[in-house]
Design a protein around this ligand. Structure first.
Ligand SMILES: Nc1ncnc2c1ncn2[C@@H]1O[C@H](COP(=O)(O)OP(=O)(O)O)[C@@H](O)[C@H]1O
Ligand SMILES: [Mg+2]
Length: 250
C-alpha cells in the first residue's frame, strides 16, 4: 500500500491547525512527532475519516480516497487518543464486538482476538471488565482493537501514554514488526518513543511539516559533522516550545 497526502490544510474557524501538509508513505513504522498542539491529532482524524480537510487530498495507491471512502476506511486500524470504551464489557467481549464491526467472520473471531490479546499481553485478563482495568491496560485494549484484522494501515494517536517502560519497549517492537508489511503511523510528543525504533519520522510544528525523512538521514542532517540526537533536531525544528510541555518522558 502507498498513502499520499497532497497539500492537506485544516482550519478550525480562524485557527489554522494544518498548513499544506504533503508526504508519501509505504509500509514502514513512521513516527509523527511534534509538541502538544502541533496538529498531530487533527492530521490523524483527517486520515481516519473523522474530519474532512479544508483543502487538499489523500490518495491510496494513487487513487483519491474520497472516491471510495468506505473501502479506504476498511483498511485502517485506528487507536484514538481519547479512550471511549464500553466499561461494562470484558476485554474479550469488547474485542468480539469490534471484530464484528470490522466484518471479521464469527469463525475467525476467537483466534484473531486471542492473537491480539497476546500481542498486548492481556490474554490472561481477557475476562476482566474494562472498568476494573488500569489506564495502561485500557490503552492496550485500544491497541488490540486497532490490530484486529491485521490492517494494512495502522494509525495510532499517542499509544504509549500510561504505559510503563517495559510495555513501551515491547509495543514498539510489535509496531516495528507490523511496519514490515503495513504502514504504521504513530503520533507522539515523546522523542524517545520515535528515536528507539521508527524507520521514518514526520516532524510537525504549528501545523507545518518541518521534517520528513528516515531517522538516519534526519540525524545526519546533510551536514558533515557527526550525527545528532533526534531530541536536538526536534528542538531545532520545532522551536523551544517543543520542550515546555514534555514532562512525561519515559
Ligand atoms: N475542535 C477544535 N476546535 C478548535 N481548535 C481545535 C480543535 N481541535 C484542535 N484544535 C486546535 O488545533 C491545534 C492542533 O491540535 P491537535 O491536532 O489536537 O494537536 P496535537 O495532537 O499535536 O496536540 C491546537 O492549537 C488545538 O488547540
Ligand atoms: Mg493529540
Amino acid at each position: 500500500m502507498e498513502l499520499e497526502l497532497r497539500n492537506i490544510s485544516m482550519s478550525y474557524g480562524r485557527k489554522r491547525a494544518l498548513d499544506r501538509v504533503s508526504f508519501k508513505l509505504e509500509p514502514c513504522f513512521c513516527g509523527l512527532l511534534g509538541p502538544n498542539g502541533a496538529g498531530k491529532s487533527t492530521l490523524i482524524k483527517i486520515l481516519t475519516g473523522g474530519l474532512t480537510a479544508t483543502e487538499g487530498e489523500i490518495l491510496c495507491d494513487g487513487a483519491p480516497v474520497a472516491r471510495n471512502l468506505q473501502k479506504y476506511l476498511g483498511n485502517i486500524g485506528y487507536m484514538p487518543q481519547e479512550q471511549a470504551l464500553y466499561r461494562d464489557f470484558t476485554a474479550f467481549e469488547y474485542l468480539d464486538y469490534m471484530a464484528a464491526l470490522k466484518g471479521i467472520s464469527r469463525k475467525e473471531r476467537a483466534e484473531r482476538i486471542e492473537a491480539v490479546l497476546r500481542d498486548v499481553e492481556l490474554y490472561e485478563e481477557r475476562s476482566g471488565k474494562l472498568k476494573t482495568f488500569s489506564g495502561g491496560m485500557r490503552q492496550r485494549v485500544m491497541l488490540a482493537q486497532a490490530l484486529l484484522g491485521d490492517p494494512p494501515l495502522l494509525i495510532l494517536d499517542e499509544p504509549m501514554s500510561g504505559l510503563d517502560p517495559g510495555q513501551r519497549v515491547r509495543i514498539r517492537q510489535l509496531l516495528r514488526r507490523h511496519g514490515q508489511r503495513s504502514i504504521v503511523l504513530m503520533a507522539t510528543h515523546i522523542v524517545a518513543d520515535v528515536e528507539a525504533s521508527s524507520d521514518r519520522v514526520l516532524l510537525l510544528s504549528q501545523g507545518h511539516l518541518v521534517g520528513f525523512d528516515t531517522l538516519e538521514a534526519l540525524r545526519r542532517g546533510g551536514g558533515t559533522e557527526g550525527a545528532r540526537s533526534l531530541e536536538e533536531i526536534y528542538v531545532e525544528l520545532c522551536g523551544d516550545g517543543a520542550t515546555k510541555n514534555d514532562t512525561d518522558k519515559v
